[in-house]
Design a protein around this ligand. Structure first.
Ligand code: AMP
Length: 249
């Protein structure tokens, strides 16, 4: 168990491969290499953080790369990245070519000796096929693909109440994970804001994108014998324990 470890800043992933992470993973008995699947709002990001702490593997979220780009100097953003931020704001999927460019640039994170937890990538069958090629190229194998399942009514409630700290990015919920003081982060005192794409009009678009493009990935990975299904009902702690049991971790 790796709890209590200093938190990695994931610089190689968030800012690009020319940046070094502040910590090199060490002492990981088994590097876990996982893909986390699930509709927006199932709590995939929270599980990725808990798993990262427990397994010592880095959370590699493509959504986080886009959010990091949003706060970076606009002069450093490529036209494709600016376009990606517009798709994101509307809740639409960013084109595969842009996403794959970003992941290919960061392929060294897939070889990281601490393992990885891919969160929000792949999201289309074309992305899954490209990931398969990248992993083969780097001689790395996936251990499993964890698919979190939750009824749609619960997804809508979870997404609508989600609030993120504008400074440290910690996630809270107006019903299930309330901060001590409304609207204020427990950890750093930052303001808690609703993500632009968690507003009702974007949620609808994101759910449609999930149904059309991402749900078929469960069958894709099932055929490869990699799929592990986990119910996303209950508290983050309960879902986490269920995930560890399903993985035998
Ligand atoms: P997430 O934080 O994973 O929910 O991602 C937020 C948004 O970033 C999504 O709604 C998409 O607009 C964009 N995005 C993130 N990852 C991908 C991906 N693999 N393919 C396409 N769009 C993505």
């Amino acid at each position: 168990m790796m709890t209590g470890m200093a938190k990695n800043d994931r610089a190689s992933w968030l800012k690009g491969a020319s940046n070094e992470c502040c910590l090199l993973p060490a002492g990981v008995a088994k590097p876990w290499r996982l893909v986390l699947l699930g509709a927006p709002g199932v709590g995939k990001g929270t599980q990725a953080e808990l798993l990262a702490q427990h397994l010592g593997a880095c959370q590699l979220s493509t959504g986080d790369v886009f959010r990091a780009a949003k706060t970076a100097d606009p002069c450093e953003r490529t036209p494709a990245l600016n376009q990606a931020l517009d798709y994101m704001k509307r809740g639409e999927l960013v084109p595969d070519s842009t996403v794959l460019g970003i992941v290919r640039e960061r392929a060294k994170c897939l070889r990281c000796r601490g393992g990885f937890l891919l969160d929000g990538f792949p999201r289309t069958v074309a992305q899954a096929e490209a990931l398969g090629e990248l992993l083969a190229e780097h001689q790395v194998q996936l251990d499993a693909v964890v698919s979190y399942e939750l009824p749609i009514e619960q997804i809508v409630t979870r997404l609508g109440g989600r609030r993120t700290c504008e400074k440290c990015k910690a996630v809270f919920h107006t019903l299930t994970m309330r901060p001590k003081v409304d609207g204020v982060c427990d950890h750093c005192g930052g303001a808690l804001l609703q993500r632009e794409d968690d507003r009702p009009e974007s949620i609808r678009v994101r759910m449609e994108a999930y149904e059309t493009s991402t749900r078929p990935l469960a069958d894709y990975f099932q055929r490869q014998g990699k799929l592990v299904t986990v119910s996303a009902e209950g508290t983050p702690g309960e879902i986490f324990q269920r995930t560890l049991a399903a993985l035998g971790a």
